[in-house]
Design a protein around this ligand. Sequence first.
Ligand code: 5GP
Length: 114
Amino acid sequence: MTEPSIFTRILNGDIPGEILAETDRVFAIRDINPQAPVHLLVIPKTEQYRNVVELAAGDPELLGEIVSLSNDLAATHADGEFRLVFNTGAHAGQTVFHVHAHVLAGGLSEASVG
Ligand code: 5GP
């Protein structure tokens, strides 16, 4: 049996981390190393999917829930506009293989793409 991901450990209260919002199937936390004025992570409660490609193929409705909660959080924590990033694969910067969306908001540069 593999170790629970860092996000599962936060969800379970095994390590510190404030749950900012949750539904039956997804939850949100602040990124510990923010790359934008607002940098949140929206994460399924199960670790079944390693990345967004697997998630989209296996449970597109759950992907929709991630997008919907991201939109709600951007309205609550910023001006409602946001960038949604799914790093997919180690060479693309993915470090946690429990699918999660980065919600980046609050004064992002118009020119920036990543
Ligand atoms: P990835 O690199 O996999 O796309 O994103 C993983 C993210 O998780 C990183 O942005 C990293 O800063 C964040 N992260 C890693 N460990 C922790 C932690 O213990 N708590 C929180 N809140 N975020 C974490």
